[in-house]
Design a protein around this ligand. Structure first.
Ligand SMILES: Nc1ncnc2c1ncn2[C@@H]1O[C@H](COP(=O)(O)OP(=O)(O)OP(=O)(O)O)[C@@H](O)[C@H]1O
Length: 847
């Protein structure tokens, strides 16, 4: 009986069989083409005549595959694309393997898609370089090249080839300026890390060596000590022995030894029972054992250092032989101790070490316009004095005395009227006096506060210019210890006038066009540039006129701050101003949080504490530079953006002082709809250049006077109390240019300081992100964010050591994957995944 085979042979699916057959066909086809092509390279020229008559058996071809092989070579290589035709058999071979084996690593169509460009580009290149070698470039390469040559010339063809290759690389390898920059940054970081690691290793080695050396030295010292001690003790012991013997002899001779007596004489006569006791015997005659001592015996009475150590150890043994180990627990360091230790180890934090070689611009870069001394025209003074006296006399006012103080642009005549003259009477005569002096810009101050005199300011016929050089070089400015000193110019008494922007705390500047506002702004910025290191001060510049502040773009990497995505640091577009102002509000709130956590009330205390290393950078603390926002044409902003600008400006003006953000707002049009009540209330410091009407003067200064100025930098300054008349220092554009150039050429930060990200309402929150093209750090970032439960780009930047752009992209991808929520202004994004298990599930699904 035949045995039935019960084991079933698994059936191979039909599809599989067909696939294998098709795969083999393609593989063979590929090999056939490949070998034909190689053979064609050697015999192609000989075979050319044979393939004219394919059916002629008497005229065989040299090709390995005969006339068929020669024909294939002819079609693909000579008449086609030259040597590049080898791509075709390679493709077929790969396709064959892929179909037959379904091997994942082989991607024939991707290879084909990637080689198509080169199948055109290479023949043209070969045609360009070797136009006579048709085997290399093929007829196609030759013809295309020939056509292009006649159309754009040889140079044109070369350029076209280069440009097309670059474009291919950009598309294929995604090479952009940003990626290149990121790569370079990463490489630099890597190098830095390596350097630090090496440094640490070196330090470790040095420490070990030092420790070994110390141990060796200590050992040597111990040995020496022992040797010294040994010889000394030996001597002592011998002397003592002699002494004892003498005493003993005497005692024996006189009477038998009485133990009590012996005890009273401090002699121990008992034989030591235990060895340890010998060790324990102090080197004192009182406990010497005499019974055992033989004259010739050498006795070592000195416990060596090692023995002492043993003793100590043995003493720690308790009676039952169980060793008691005492672990000393160090007391926890207090904050004060930690900071003191850190300061001792590393010194105080020095923010200037960010750019340690930064050089302030030399004062010689500023031009000396004046000699520093005002020219006094005696005759002019005399004439003015007489006119004043005469005019007043005409109105029945007699003067007791008159003195003149000569300033750079105006001279102040101080008069003391005779007793009984009403001050208001003199004040009412302002216009009459101006008429009789036939001068513009007379201002009467009645009375001069704190002086009891009446002042009449008369412009000089030859005003002298106050150069920026003279005020910057002044002792007052150089020695000033103000936080943000501004050298405005000179007072009427020719003194350099310096004010602290940090105390103002915000400044409103107004003046009709051409009266010196821009020069004033430049003077302010220049003063700060001469005093503050780039690590201590940042400007945010808004210039709707687009031409006034452009010079400062050179110092972008040193002194400017901008939004992370902004291309230009100087903002000229009103829409961007709104974002920047809101971003400054976020920065202000952030800074307040830092101040709150540091238990301090203002930036000065905060930075002082940071320098003393009492604030931990790992908790987000950082050195806070001052930020000065400069808006050159505020009217234009208010007209175009209205409340959207006014609100953040008002908010900053109300609150930003303590956190070191100060505003300087300039406008040509000091009308009430520009300088609104809210703005005015929060800008106690005002500068008024000449304005056209009394109303404008009142709008800026809350009093008349600015309409009587003479222009060209003649200005009034107030911080809420007195008005000070000043001649603004003059700094010309070429001088500013030189200074910014000097600073700009020095090593700076990689970019302008980045303000916090702010996305306006209009910004598009629909992220168009392809999650199949995720960053390689996507999963690490996701885990980090979920563990920390804090969705912020800066966390990724810190922990993964990334640049801002990459961290931002990761956050966008995390948002698209539903791991973090939407952007919420100053707050960190909400983390939507609560634990790591849910995250792993989500990541698995994504994969
Ligand atoms: N402090 C000064 N000392 C001497 N001359 C000055 C001073 N300030 C301004 N000037 C003169 O006045 C001119 C105009 O000054 P500036 O450009 O600052 O005016 P502005 O108020 O900014 O005008 P606009 O609002 O139209 O820009 C300068 O070119 C200069 O000749």
């Amino acid at each position: 009986m035949a045995i039935k085979n019960t084991q079933e042979v698994p059936k191979t699916p039909k599809k599989q069989i067909i696939k294998t057959i098709v795969g083999i066909i393609f593989l063979v086809l590929g090999l056939l083409l490949f070998i034909s092509f190689i053979s064609y390279f050697f015999n192609g020229l000989i075979d050319q005549s044979q393939i004219t008559d394919l059916l002629d058996k008497n005229d065989p071809a040299e090709n390995v595959f005969g006339k068929f092989g020669a024909l294939l070579g002819e079609i693909f290589i000579l008449q086609g694309i030259g040597v590049v035709a080898f791509f075709i058999p390679v493709f077929f071979i790969l396709l064959g393997i892929k179909i037959a084996t379904n091997w994942k690593k082989i991607k024939p169509f991707t290879t084909l898609y990637q080689s198509i460009f080169f199948m055109i580009w290479l023949p043209v290149l070969f045609g360009c370089i070797f136009p006579d070698q048709h085997m290399l470039c093929g007829v196609m390469g030759f013809e295309i090249n020939d056509f292009l040559n006649s159309f754009i010339g040889k140079l044109g063809v070369i350029l076209l080839l280069i440009v097309s290759l670059i474009i291919y690389c950009v598309i294929h390898f995604r090479v952009t300026y940003e990626t290149l920059q990121e790569k370079m940054e990463e490489r630099a970081k890597q190098k830095e890390i390596e350097r630090i690691e090496k440094e640490q290793e070196r330090l470790k080695k040095e420490q070990i060596e030092l420790r070994q050396r110390k141990e060796q030295e200590e050992q040597e010292k111990i040995n020496k000590f022992n040797q010294d001690a040994e010889t000394q003790q030996e001597k002592d012991a011998l002397e003592e022995l002699n002494l004892i013997k003498e005493t003993e002899d005497k005692a024996i001779q006189s009477h038998r030894i009485n133990p009590d007596e012996a005890f009273s004489q401090n002699f121990t006569v008992n034989q030591p029972k235990e060895e340890e006791q010998v060790d324990e015997m102090p080197l004192n005659i009182t406990t010497l054992v005499v019974d055992e001592i033989d004259d010739n015996d050498e006795v070592d009475f000195t416990p060596t250092y090692e023995e002492e150590l043993v003793d100590e150890q043995e003493n720690t043994d308790s009676a039952n032989g169980v060793e008691l180990k005492i672990t000393q627990i160090d007391e926890e360091e207090t904050l004060e101790q930690t900071s003191a230790r850190l300061v001792q180890e590393q010194g105080e934090y020095n923010q200037r070490l960010d750019l340690p070689n930064f050089q302030f611009p030399p004062i010689s870069m500023l031009k000396k316009y004046d000699t520093g001394n005002t020219l006094i025209d005696q005759k002019e003074l005399e004439v003015n004095k007489n006119r004043i006296i005469e005019t007043l006399r005409n109105y029945g006012i007699e003067i007791a005395s008159i003195t003149a103080t000569i300033g750079p642009t105006v001279t102040l005549y101080e008069i003391v009227p005779q007793a009984g003259v009403r001050i208001s009477k003199i004040k009412n005569l302002e216009d009459d006096i101006a008429l009789s002096l036939s001068a513009l810009g007379i201002r009467i101050i009645a009375p001069i506060p704190g002086k009891g005199t009446i002042g009449i300011e008369v412009p000089n016929s030859n005003p002298s210019m106050v150069s920026m050089h003279s005020v910057i070089a002044s002792q007052k400015f150089q020695n000033s210890d103000m936080e943000l000193p501004i050298a405005f110019g000179k007072t009427i008494t020719n003194e350099t006038f310096i004010a602290d922007l940090a105390k103002m705390p915000h400044l409103l500047m107004a003046g009709a066009t051409g009266q010196g506002k821009s020069v004033g702004l430049n003077a302010i910025i220049t003063s700060l540039l001469y005093k503050k290191h780039p690590s201590e001060l940042k400007f945010v510049m808004v210039d709707p006129k687009k031409v006034e502040l452009t010079l400062y773009s050179k110092i972008e990497r040193h002194y400017l701050a901008k939004l992370p995505d902004a291309e230009e640091a100087i903002i000229t577009d009103n829409a961007k101003v709104i974002n920047t102002l809101n971003s400054l509000c976020i920065e202000m709130d952030d800074r307040y949080d830092l101040l709150k956590n540091a238990f301090v009330r203002n930036i000065k205390e905060y930075n002082a504490k940071f320098k003393e290393r009492k604030l931990n950078p790992e908790q987000g603390h950082r050195f806070l530079p001052y930020i000065v926002l400069i808006v050159d044409e505020f009217a234009d902003l208010i007209m175009t953006a209205g409340k959207e600008v006014e609100l953040p400006i008002a908010r900053l003006a109300q609150l930003a002082r303590a956190v070191g953000i100060h505003l300087i707002v300039a406008t040509q049009r000091p009308s009430v709809n520009v300088i609104t009540g809210t703005i005015k209330a929060n800008f106690p410091a005002r500068v008024a250049f000449r304005v056209t009407s009394k109303i404008d003067s009142r709008t800026i200064l809350d009093s008349p006077g600015a309409d009587q100025l003479i222009g060209k930098g003649d200005m009034l300054f107030t911080t809420g109390n007195d008005l000070v008349r000043l001649q603004c220092a003059f700094v010309d554009t070429p001088e500013v240019d030189k200074i910014t150039e000097f600073i700009g050429e020095q090593r700076g930060y990689p970019d302008a300081m980045h303000l916090p990200e702010y996305v306006g309402e209009e910004s598009n929150s629909n992220l168009d992100i392809d999650l199949s093209d995720r960053d390689v750090l996507f999963e690490d970032a996701a885990r980090l964010i979920v563990i920390a439960q804090q969705g912020s780009a800066s966390l990724l930047q810190r922990k993964l050591k990334l640049g801002y752009n990459r961290a931002g992209r990761l956050i966008d991808q995390l948002e698209a994957a539903g791991i973090v929520g939407h952007f919420e202004g100053s707050k960190a994004r909400q983390v939507l995944i609560q634990d790591e298990i849910s995250l792993e599930q989500l990541l698995n699904n994504l994969n």
